[in-house]
Design a protein around this ligand. Structure first.
Ligand code: ATP
Length: 358
């Protein structure tokens, strides 16, 4: 069963470092997503695990077996890459059934697997069509069906749903997770779509500039990111920079300019420069902070409101029905709940560099 271990992998393209000492462990049957700004090395990492890129430093193990010299075709990996490479001379059915046929499986097994995967991707009617006549989204679904039909225990998926309409993409992400779980597969899924990563994964790995920043369950990364970069990159966050004005064993008061923010003390002292973070969904209405509504937009059943508190911008997200009466220019009272505010040591270089994507 496929567990994956990437040990201190560095990859350079000429003078450019695409991966710098990257180490990750993926458990057997785990569904892991990799997210990170464009160009941070996600695809390069998948291509190394797949065996497409061979010259790198460090090691890749699958199921404890050293894979660095393992030929591509012997790795038993199913993959869907961004530049979908369907066999142009085979129709959809031929593409999907390719791997089971190549393995010499019984004809009836090949047929059942192929039909099952095509049904799942709602491609049955396209069985006899050739790739050139398919839309990008259909090609992507064919590639996904082909990878799933290959019987591989390890799936590497690079933006496998990116070309699909939002509706289909949302449906298919749950199907994809269900199949991976039902069949007991291991999946590594690279995506730009954070919601997709949050919805589909057991664990998310966050990368930036050729390195792993941190990893954790979707909820942990959202609610308790260890690094301020993760708080900034994953979803939306209110980030405040300031100095600890007062600290006792339990709480800190942080002076962020025209506002004092109270938070639990996780080891800070008076005078220390810190960064505080609070998710917009966790700002509460009805406290003693007076805020002016600058902008209000609708996100589904939620409203996203940008508030001004003495020159400090605070984003809040509340169910639409609760804030339906609040208009731009009006005033609201808010509370920044102590227990939900995370405090970080001010980053070594500066906050701007710490949060920069590239
Ligand atoms: P995206 O999200 O945009 O797909 P990514 O995180 O997958 O980005 P990679 O495709 O892994 O990023 O690329 C990492 C860096 O390595 C990029 O700056 C890219 O330009 C560079 N790179 C990738 N492949 C090559 C190559 N064959 N030759 C030179 N540079 C490369």
């Amino acid at each position: 069963m496929p567990s994956v271990k990437v040990e201190s992998v560095t990859k350079r393209f000429g003078g450019f470092t695409a991966l710098e000492k990257v180490s990750i462990n993926i458990e057997d049957r785990e569904y892991v997503s990799i997210i990170g700004p464009s160009g941070c090395g996600k695809t390069t990492l998948l291509r190394i695990i797949a065996g497409i890129i061979r010259d790198y430093e460090g090691h890749v193990y699958v199921d404890g077996r050293l894979f660095d010299s393992e030929p591509l075709e012997k790795r038993g990996i199913g993959y869907v890459f961004q530049n979908i490479a369907l066999f142009p001379n085979m129709n959809v059915g031929g593409n999907v059934s390719y791997s089971p046929r190549a393995k010499g499986l019984d004809k009836s097994v090949v047929r059942t697997t192929t039909i099952e995967m095509l049904e799942l991707m709602k491609l049955t009617e396209r069985y006899y069509d050739y790739p050139r006549s398919l839309s990008g989204g259909m090609q992507q679904k064919t590639a996904l069906a082909r990878a799933l039909a290959s019987n591989a225990r390890l799936l590497l998926l690079d933006e496998p749903l990116s070309l699909l309409d939002l509706k289909v993409r949302t449906e298919l992400r749950y199907e994809l997770r269900r199949i991976v779980k039902d069949l007991g597969l291991t999946a590594i899924h690279v995506t730009h779509d954070q919601e997709e990563a949050m919805a589909i994964s057991d664990r998310i790995i966050v990368m930036r500039r050729a390195r792993v920043v941190e990893d954790g369950t979707p909820l942990d990364l959202y609610l308790h990111p260890k690094r301020i970069f993760t708080a900034y990159f994953l979803g939306e966050s209110n980030i405040f920079e300031g100095n600890v004005a007062e600290a006792d064993e339990d709480t800190v008061s942080i002076d962020v300019g025209s506002l004092l923010i109270k938070a639990r003390n996780t080891g800070f002292q008076t005078g220390e420069r810190v960064v505080a973070m609070l998710r917009p969904e966790l700002v509460e209405l009805g406290g003693d902070i007076n805020a002016r509504v600058l902008k209000k937009t609708i996100e589904g059943l939620f409203s996203r409101i940008i508030l001004d508190v003495n020159g400090i911008k605070i984003i809040i997200k509340q169910p639409y029905s609760i804030v339906s009466g609040i208009g731009e220019g009006s005033y609201v009272k808010i509370r920044l709940p102590e227990k939900h505010i995370l405090v970080y040591k001010y980053p070594g270089r500066d906050l701007y560099s710490e949060l920069s994507l590239y």
